[in-house]
Design a protein around this ligand. Structure first.
Ligand code: 26M
Length: 821
């Protein structure tokens, strides 16, 4: 296989000429931002041939194609990743050097593509990287939000949400594909017509529609000439203000259609693990799903005349329940447009759709009110009714007389459409995202479904791409690893196991710790520039970065910081390794307790960072606007990875894997993929604490526990909690943190006191933290443990995850692309 040969002089010329054409400037006059644009277009020029060649090959092979349907793709930046994957990074760095620019500065000009909230969206992005690298035919299907995840500013310790106008300067990598635009219909009513053969036809009338236009983004495989496509849909008005409308006096409809189109793709909902039931959200879901399913069916039909063979060539993976209307939408197309019988259509649909569950949190379950669902999607609603009718019939046949089963399993119940139930009924595969999570689904959350169709259920433990999170994010460590064991790990991460041979070697340990130190310096500079805080790169970098959610227990972390600080105040000579507690987290805009937790972290930081008496032994840093691009540097610099969710609540976690790959030690509960991380690296090289998922579930069944007992018996905890309401961290407003205090101690009308067992796990957590402190003093041990973490991270590549999806669910064939042909 020949791959792209980088030509430095040509590249410099192209960049220079791009600057001229785009900005009417010479390269010497260009700003870094302009150079970024010019470089991006030059890179696209290289990609485009591979992109075309890849799709020619897919056509030629008539390859089965995956459509990964997701409301979110948290891509981060493209340039740095793409030039690594075409293996031109060193060349481009040199070329830019010679033009007088620093590649790092140029990369830093690019906006993050923040079309996602957190784990689920970033997983989709890692999957696309692995699919292209492994050479599998795949599309990502999503929405081209005008505004992605908000930018977070911290003002006076509070989170402020600022719109993310990511397309303001245009996106050099995207390609608008007007020729593939399709129509998507909303509202109106369904008229039934009986034809001469006695068959019913369903005609949607008086609807509003929008024109869905796909934009393609290249997804570059690593060194294999494969370029796949992320297809994100924009909405445009159809026939706005056409004469017909005016004639009919339908001015109102025309205006409404224009507004519908404008609103639909306006903004990503910034909720993570929380369902809000907003009408516009359902519109977004149907919009991109209808467009994607139509496109997939059209593409299939262009080559095949027997629609029954669709499942041989097409598979839809639904990323959580958000894309579940794909099930009834495919049914609609097969019934109404292809004229199939219900049985035929259902057979095809349930061989084409597969569903991934990402959460057991009850508040994240999507349940649409029937009134809303039927008004917005009248034909889809009819189809869901019939799916439900037949499904309930099947439940009754399987469990005669057991109406409880109907109640718990029906797709339509309590005046709602339950999307998870629809997704399971309409899919041939239902998977969880880590072993523990899948077991909880089978034994608890989806027990009834598992018992009826056990064959559908399977596990696919999540993974991450080492190309972005080591090769790009941590160049120093990546080169070191390659020096020691060769570069196979880049496309075959389990090879990294060979590093274990060096874990006991003192020279290697020193090299490793020095690299970690360099990365800590880099992060310290970033913190100084962005937060104005001086941190000691010799201190332990103890990091918790992830969305802010009560179950993730950032509160436990900061309560422990408050406790440590109390100890230091009592005994300023206390012997402890200096520690920098680093937080990064966005809170959903309407999530009060989460936002208050951010304020608390910042208030604690203010007090502690300015207290000279503790001699800098503790620093607390809240990194503003945590996102993919700064995450890459944060993982590289971490010593300790905080993965402290209430056991059973974190489906998998993927940050935990990124830390491990970068040689941080996990301080965590036995939750999600932490369990498997510990299985790989061994308990001795991690700090595990707290209740197990079985214990948590047992308490929950009993209705919780009484945190007051702990409050009354543990004076250290009591003192920390009192500091929430005595103004210790808020001198001007003693009531500021009252709600946090109440969430821990008072039975609120909405939930149990301390729903997430913060106080119950506090002592165990504090002890684990103490062990961290002790362990870090033994530098050799720590280096060895860190190297062992890197060495044992092989399982957690998304390449492995994708291969399992391919082998057990998708059944795709690998394609090779040769650029010589
Ligand atoms: C729902 C309704 C309305 C608006 C937004 C949502 C919504 C958005 C994102 C609900 C859930 C969302 O994401 C859930 C998520 O990110 N789950 C995480 O998935 C990761 C990948 O599998 C896991 O590693 C995490 O454990 C899990 O929390």
């Amino acid at each position: 296989m020949s791959s792209y040969q980088f030509n430095k002089e040509e590249f410099k010329q192209e960049v220079t000429s791009n600057v001229k054409n785009l900005f009417r400037r010479t390269i010497a006059e260009a700003t870094p931002k302009q150079v970024f644009q010019a470089v991006a277009y030059a890179v696209k020029d290289v990609l485009i041939d591979e992109w075309i060649a890849t799709h020619k090959e897919y056509e030629k092979e008539d390859a089965k194609t995956l459509y990964y349907m997701s409301m979110e793709f948290l891509m981060g930046r493209a340039l740095g990743n793409d030039i690594i994957n075409i293996k031109a990074r060193d060349g481009i760095r040199e070329a830019l050097d010679e033009l007088g620019f620093d590649l790092n500065v140029i990369e830093d000009q690019e906006r993050d593509y923040a079309l996602g909230n957190g784990g689920l969206g970033r997983l989709a992005a890692c999957f696309l990287d692995s699919l292209a690298t492994l050479g599998y035919p795949a599309y990502g299907c999503g929405i081209r939000y005008k505004y992605g995840m908000f930018k977070q500013e911290i003002k006076d310790g509070y989170q402020i949400e600022v719109p993310d106008d990511w397309l303001r300067d245009g996106n050099p990598f995207e390609v608008r594909r007007d020729e593939y635009a399709v129509e998507v219909k909303f509202g109106g009513y369904v008229r039934t017509e009986c034809d001469q053969y006695g068959r019913n036809h369903f005609i949607q009338e008086n609807y509003q529609s929008v024109r869905a236009v796909p934009y393609d983004l290249p997804i570059v495989g690593y060194g294999n000439n494969v370029v796949n496509t992320l297809m994100i849909w924009d909405a445009e008005p159809i026939n706005t203000f056409n004469l017909e409308s005016f004639d009919k006096g339908d001015y109102q409809t025309a205006v409404e259609q224009e507004n519908l189109a404008k609103n639909i793709v306006e903004v990503l909902y910034p909720n993570d693990n929380h369902y809000a039931g907003k009408e516009l959200r359902l519109k977004q879901q149907y919009f991109f799903i209808s467009a994607s399913v139509q496109r997939a069916v059209n593409k299939f039909k262009a080559k095949h005349d027997d629609i029954h063979k669709l499942p041989e060539k097409v598979v839809f993976q639904m990323n959580d329940t958000h894309p579940t209307v794909a099930v009834p939408e495919l049914m609609r197309i097969l019934l109404d447009e292809e004229g199939l019988t219900w049985e035929e259509a259902w057979d095809i649909t349930t061989k084409t759709c597969a569903y991934t569950n990402h959460t057991i949190m009850a508040e994240a379950l999507e349940k649409w009110p029937l009134e809303l669902f039927s008004r917005l999607l009248p034909r889809i609603y009819q189809i869901v009714e019939e799916i439900n009718r037949r499904f309930v019939e099947r439940i009754r046949q399987t469990y005669p007389g057991d109406e409880e089963k109907v109640r718990s399993m029906a797709i339509i119940y309590d005046g709602q459409v339950k999307m998870a139930h629809l997704a399971i009924a309409g899919s041939f595969s239902v998977n969880g995202v880590a072993q523990l999570h899948t077991e909880i689904l089978k034994k608890k959350v989806l027990k009834d479904f598992y018992e009826m169709d056990p064959w559908k259920f399977n596990n696919k433990t999540n993974g991450i791409t080492q190309r972005r999170f080591l090769l790009h994010g941590n160049e120093l460590l990546a080169s070191w690893v390659t020096d020691k064991i060769g570069d196979e790990w880049i496309t075959d991460l389990p090879h990294i196991k060979k590093l274990a041979l060096y874990a006991d070697d003192e020279k290697c340990q020193q090299e490793f710790m020095n690299i970690k130190y360099q990365n800590k310096l880099r992060l310290a500079r970033y913190i100084k520039e962005n937060n104005g805080i001086d941190v000691d790169p010799r201190s332990i970098f103890d990091v918790q970065v992830k969305r802010l959610h009560e179950y993730k227990r950032q509160l436990l972390n900061i309560l422990h910081v408050m406790y440590l600080y109390n100890q230091l105040k009592d005994n300023p000579e206390m012997d402890m390794v200096p520690r920098t507690f680093i937080f990064g987290a966005k809170a959903a805009a309407g999530y009060k307790i989460a936002k208050l937790t951010i304020k608390l972290i910042n208030s604690v930081a203010d007090v502690i960072n300015n207290d000279k008496s503790i001699k800098g032994k503790i620093k607390v840093v809240f990194i503003e606007d945590y996102r993919v691009s700064n995450a890459e540097w944060i993982f590289a610099a971490a010593d300790v990875s905080e993965q402290i969710s209430t056991a059973s609540k974190e489906a998998s976690g993927t940050g935990n894997m990124k830390f491990m790959l970068n040689g941080a030690l996990t301080l965590g509960t036995m939750d999600g993929a932490n369990v498997e991380i510990v299985e790989e690296v061994g308990k001795e090289y991690a700090f595990i604490f707290g209740m197990t998922s079985d214990e948590v579930i047992a308490y929950e069944t009993r209705g919780g526990y009484n945190p007051m007992d702990i409050f009354n018996n543990d004076q250290d905890i009591r003192r920390v909690l009192m500091q929430l309401i005595n103004g210790y961290y808020a001198p001007n407003n003693t009531e500021l943190f009252r709600d946090l205090y109440n969430s821990l101690l008072n039975t609120l009308s909405t939930s149990r006191a301390d729903t997430y067992f913060n106080l119950k796990d506090f002592r165990a957590y504090a002890e684990a933290q103490k062990k961290v402190d002790q362990a870090y003093r033994d530098e050799k041990w720590w280096a060895k443990a860190a190297i062992m973490n890197v060495a044992c991270s092989g399982k957690f590549t998304s390449d492995r995850t994708i291969q399992q999806y391919v082998d057990e669910i998708w059944h795709l064939d690998k394609v090779t692309v040769d650029m010589d042909e």
